[in-house]
Every structure is written in C-alpha cells, then in structure tokens.
Design a protein around this ligand. Structure first.
Ligand SMILES: NC(=O)C1=CN([C@@H]2O[C@H](COP(=O)(O)OP(=O)(O)OC[C@H]3O[C@@H](n4cnc5c(N)ncnc54)[C@H](O)[C@@H]3O)[C@@H](O)[C@H]2O)C=CC1
Ligand SMILES: O=C([O-])C1=[NH+]CCC1
Length: 312
C-alpha cells in the first residue's frame, strides 16, 4: 500500500513558496516547454467545462516534466462573481503524484501557488519586455491577482509611481489601504493608464477594459484575465498595434478571446525569448497574454513539497 497523501493547507503552502526560488524555476520550465520536446515536457491545453447555472468553469491542468520527474495536476474553478462574496472567485487544488506508480503524494491548496506563479510569470515578461526606463506601473483590477502582482512588481522593479483602478472605487481604495508603499487610486481607467510604462490587467471582465488609444507607445501590457475564448480585456486596436507574446501558443489559440477575436498574430512565446530563439522587442508596444499553464503549477508544487519534506 502506498503512503497516504499529505494535505498541505494554504498557510503551509504560502510559507514554503518564495518568489526568489520560484522565478528561476519558471524561467527554466518555460524555456523547456518552448523547445517543443514533448517527451520532456508534456502539457495539454487546459480542459475546461462550464458550470452554466453558476457562471463558473472547472479546469483541469495536468503536466509531466520528465527531466525532473514531476507529475502534477491542478484543478481550478473560476467564477465571474461580484467581488463582495466571501469566497475568492478562483479556487484551486494541486495534486502531486509519485510518477513511478501514479499514487498521489500531496494534495495542496492551490490558491497561493496560482497567485504567486501567475504574478512571477508576469514579472518575467516585464523583465524581458518592458522599456529600460519604466517609471509608472498601473494595475487595472484590484482583486487577488492584483495583490500578488503588486507584491512582486514592486519587489523586483523600481517604479516611481504605482497607480490602481478597479471597477468600483471602494475596491481600489481598500486595495491601496492594504498594501505597503505609496500608491495612487484613480476612478477612471483611461486616466490611470495615461503615460504608464507597464500596465497589468487583472480583471474578471469579459469586455475590454484597456483600449489601444489610451496606451503610451512602447508600453508593456501584461494581460492576465480574459481566459475564455469569448472574453476580452484588451480592444482590437491594442491587439493589432502591439507585438503579442504568450505563455503557450497552443493555449492562446484555444482560450484567449483577445487573440482569437481580434485575429492578432502571436509573435513569440515567453519561453522562446528566454531561449534566445525570438527577440524581446522592448522598444515596441508589447502585450504579454497570460493564460496560466500546468507546468507553472507543477514546478511551484514541487518546490513547496520538497521544502515541506525537508522541514519534517
Ligand atoms: N493568467 C493566469 O494564469 C490566471 C488568470 N486568472 C484570471 O485573472 C483574473 C483576476 O483574478 P483574481 O484577481 O483572482 O479575481 P478577483 O475576482 O479577485 O478580482 C477581479 C477584479 O477585477 C475587477 N474588475 C472587474 N471588471 C473590471 C473592469 N471592467 N475594470 C476594472 N476592474 C474590473 C473586480 O472589481 C475585481 O477587483 C480573472 O479573470 C482570473 O480568471 C486567474 C488565475 C491565473
Ligand atoms: O492558470 C490558472 O490557474 C487560471 N487561468 C485562468 C483561470 C485560472
């Protein structure tokens, strides 16, 4: 009989997951993924079922990373909920397996993994693609992802000004009151993004919240929401004028409304830039369209599990 799986709660996962360790692992696995060797990194496009009666979706995100022998799947549920409900709009559980036999070794709460790995990949895109002189950061949307994105972007980069704007002013004000450091709250997205060098969209909107005509030429946009083929965060003008980078071309072609509905061409995967096979066009307006990948959860979960095990 295999040992029973351990259950790692949200606070334990958060304690053992640091950006410093996560970022290099993500860079490495994104590079490997983009080399396209499917016997090394196996990750199908997320399989998603709608939960029509509750405006929700359930996604399954399996991944196998052969060179590290990591077998993992995340199960993620996401809802288009009003923000005042007491449960987060995204819920996730990560299962880590023993690849030799297929038994589950750990069941982990997946929220901190989802928040941190998403923000870390966004930060990798900014490291590669934002202009060398980037002074103003703007975050549109003030939910859970906004918190992790604020955390890592202000830790890694030295912005002179950070602005936030959300659908409701109170949400942005609550967000600003909860973070360390100076922050400007704006009630209009157009004003908030004016002159910004880096713009992060972390909304659960299904309609564009950012328009090309508002965006400073040369800005870097990190588009994290709109993960359904009929959802948008960015308008056609922006999608047409910017150079588009993605985490996975295959995923983007199936899941990204911003790409599918605008007809925009994908220029590169982040992993291709990390591998040096596609250039980072820092002087152009760039969009990194993030959808999230099972391999990102897998490396994060393995980091957590190994550290937890060493602590026992
Ligand atoms: N790319 C990736 O890897 C991942 C993407 N996501 C997606 O990221 C998005 C954000 O996730 P969470 O922060 O967890 O959601 P959340 O529900 O905590 O926050 C969403 C925020 O967006 C704001 N918002 C909605 N419509 C807006 C509008 N028109 N203008 C400005 N703000 C608006 C809401 O007021 C709320 O503050 C969701 O779409 C989620 O599905 C989530 C996990 C991973
Ligand atoms: O990668 C992820 O976990 C998600 N992407 C969109 C919703 C959840």
């Amino acid at each position: 009989m295999a040992d029973q799986p351990v259950f790692l709660r949200d606070d334990v996962v958060a304690r053992f997951l640091s950006y410093d360790e996560l970022i290099p692992r993500l860079e490495e696995v994104l590079g490997k993924f983009s080399r396209g060797n499917s016997s090394d990194v196996v990750q199908p496009v997320r399989s998603v079922i709608p939960i029509h009666s509750h405006s929700g979706f359930l996604g399954l995100m399996p991944a196998y990373i052969a060179h590290e022998d990591i077998l993992c799947t995340k199960i993620v549920a996401f809802y288009r909920r009003e923000e005042n409900l007491h449960l987060p709009s995204t819920q996730a559980t990560v299962l880590l397996f023993n690849p030799e036999y297929g038994n589950v070794t750990a069941v982990m709460d997946g929220l901190d993994i989802t928040h941190k790995r998403t923000a870390a990949v966004s930060a990798i895109s900014a490291k590669l693609l934002m202009a060398a002189q980037s002074d103003v950061l703007c975050i549109l949307g003030c939910g859970h992802q906004a918190v992790s994105h604020y955390e890592i972007f202000t830790k890694l980069f030295s912005f002179k000004e950070v602005r936030v704007c959300s659908r409701r002013l109170e949400t942005a004000e609550r967000f600003a009151a909860g973070v360390q450091g100076p922050i400007t709250v704006l009630s209009s997205a157009k004003e908030a993004v004016h002159g910004a060098d880096v713009i992060i969209t972390v909304t659960n909107s299904s309609k564009p919240v950012l328009f090309g005509e508002w965006v400073k030429p040369g800005a870097h946009i990190v588009a994290v929401g709109a993960c359904r083929p009929d959802w948008r965060e960015l308008d056609d003008v922006l999608m047409r004028d910017a150079v588009i980078y993605v985490d996975s071309r295959e995923g983007a072609a199936v899941e990204s409304g911003d790409i599918i509905l605008s007809g925009a061409e994908v220029f590169a995967e982040l992993g291709e830039v990390l591998n040096g096979t596609r250039p980072a066009l820092r002087n152009k307006t760039t969009v990194f369209k993030s959808l999230g990948m099972g391999i990102q959860d897998a490396v994060a979960a393995k980091l957590v599990f190994d550290k937890w095990k060493r602590s026992q």
